[in-house]
Ligand binder design. Structure first.
Ligand code: SAM
Length: 225
């Protein structure tokens, strides 16, 4: 899979892209991630990328010209133009089913906003999907793009050491249950004991218990969300 990230701050991705699972996946050639700076597509001596909103209001907006030129340039770098995703607070809320959908794509192009966001014509001009990582406002799309990249990359076959682990994670599988409680050694910690069933070696009972716990955890979560 190829993921392109379009941003005014490519330096923010250093460390993130090289670390841990993602770094190993890139080295193994499982995912190809490229960064492109919107500023390289700005025109004029000041390489301006933002301007005041028509109609007034606070802050600056990303101008459509540099953003669209950058997206179209990036799309032309590979034979698959890719699915363009604009990171915006008001977009479709990211959840595991959207992550799964994105992970099936050959190529995605993530576009990070800044300032007060994008001129509305950007999405229309390139046929982009707008995606939000949650109902709060970040100062830029870079952290949101990292969230998308991390969640999508772990679903690419071969990225996780154990393929089964992604299937058992919260929000995965047909019921989209959250994971129930998990335990490791020691068997007793500060007077708190590991449930006896997990030490029984009886795999059927363990599976049934885990399912019950996941259903209960999912119900509990519904009451606090
Ligand atoms: N004026 C915009 C609004 O009220 O919707 C907020 C702009 S925000 C300060 C700047 C950029 O951060 C956005 O263009 C977007 O790329 C990114 N961003 C902020 N919150 C986000 C979220 N919840 N999900 C995805 N991207 C977000």
């Amino acid at each position: 899979m190829r993921i392109d990230i379009i941003t005014l701050f490519p330096g923010m991705f250093t460390g993130f892209l090289d670390g841990s699972l993602l770094g190993a996946a890139r080295t193994a050639g499982l995912v190809d991630i490229r960064l492109t700076d919107i500023r390289d597509f700005a025109e004029g001596p000041h390489r301006q990328v933002d301007d005041r909103p028509f109609g007034g209001g606070p802050g600056m907006l990303l101008m459509p010209g540099p953003v669209v030129s950058c997206i179209e340039h990036v799309q032309g770098l590979s034979q698959h133009a890719g699915h363009v995703v604009l990171l915006t607070p008001g977009g479709r809320r990211l959840d595991q089913s959207l992550v799964e959908e994105l992970a099936t794509r050959e190529r995605i192009v993530l576009v990070c906003g800044r300032y007060e966001g994008f001129d509305a014509r950007v999405a229309a001009a390139v046929g982009a999907e707008e995606v939000s990582i949650g109902d709060y406002v970040l100062s830029g799309g870079e952290v949101a793009a990292m969230v998308v990249v991390d969640a999508v990359a772990r679903l690419i076959p071969g990225v996780l050491g154990d393929e089964a682990s992604a299937l058992q994670d919260s929000f995965s599988g047909p019921d989209r249950l959250v994971e129930g409680p998990q335990y490791t050694r020691p068997r007793e910690f500060r007077g708190l004991h590991v449930p006896e069933v997990l030490l029984s070696g009886d795999h059927r009972r363990i599976e049934a218990w885990r399912h019950e716990q996941a259903v209960a955890a999912t119900r509990r979560r519904a009451t606090i969300s």
